[in-house]
Design a protein around this ligand. Structure first.
Ligand SMILES: [Mg+2]
Length: 228
């Protein structure tokens, strides 16, 4: 099995560190206060979040170069914000569940997240989860979530088992966007209601399973792999 984990709302919540980093960046560089107000972060990718800020707050469409420029400035700001984020927290049993999966035979872990790669790693390091992951698909691979999940699949397979059937690949995320991206790639998907999306909304997206927390994932893994 290859598990592809989303980060925000699934493994951890930064307690507003990402929002603070972008707000400070847009205030200093563009004179925009409250850049993230009204911008959807959950399930979105970093390049699309930045495009949305440009469109809604500056009334312009940024070039790819402008987005890359903002992202380069965002990462060190995020690192600083993460080092002083009292509300940063890992999701219930996230560490234990990753440790459980890592010990299972023929299980491989990778990331499928809208964060750009260095932002993803900054968050995973802050949580102490970085040791479980070597690769993945990220917001810098593609602004479109389904395409970044496809990259996560390619890299996860290259780094691990080489080849798997699509039903042996599982996206784990906290939004309907994770569910849709997984479906577009023809893989399984588990939704956890630990982010900002309610259990009802997640169920409406028809994932293979909806869980209250990652504490339920080990039992699901056993039932899927052992057929019990
Ligand atoms: Mg998420």
């Amino acid at each position: 099995m290859l598990y592809l984990f989303d980060i925000d709302g699934t493994l951890l919540l930064t307690g507003g560190a990402g929002t603070r980093a972008l707000n400070s960046l847009f205030a200093e560089r563009y004179g925009v206060e409250g850049a993230m107000a009204g911008v959807r972060a959950a399930g979105n990718t970093d390049p699309l979040i930045i495009r949305e800020i440009f469109q809604s707050k500056l009334g312009t469409d940024p070039s790819r170069a402008e987005i890359d420029d903002v992202l380069a400035d965002y990462v060190p700001r995020l690192r600083r914000a993460l080092s002083d984020a009292p509300k940063f927290r890992t999701m219930p049993r996230a560490g234990e569940t990753l440790a459980f999966l890592a010990e299972q035979p023929r299980v491989h872990l990778a990331i499928a997240s809208g964060n750009v790669r260095p932002a993803a790693w900054a968050k995973l390091e802050r949580a102490g989860f970085d040791g479980h992951f070597e690769t993945g698909g990220f917001g810098c691979d593609d602004a479109d979530r389904a395409r970044l999940v496809e990259r996560a699949i390619e890299r996860g397979l290259e780094n691990g088992p080489g080849k798997l059937n699509r039903d042996e690949i599982v996206v784990v995320g906290d939004t309907p966007y994770d569910v849709r991206a997984a479906r577009a790639c023809g893989v399984r998907v588990v939704a956890v209601a630990t982010g900002t999306i309610s259990r009802d909304e997640l169920e409406a997206a028809h994932p293979d399973a909806v869980m209250n927390t990652l504490a339920e994932l080990p039992a699901w893994h056993r039932s899927v792999t052992l057929g019990v």
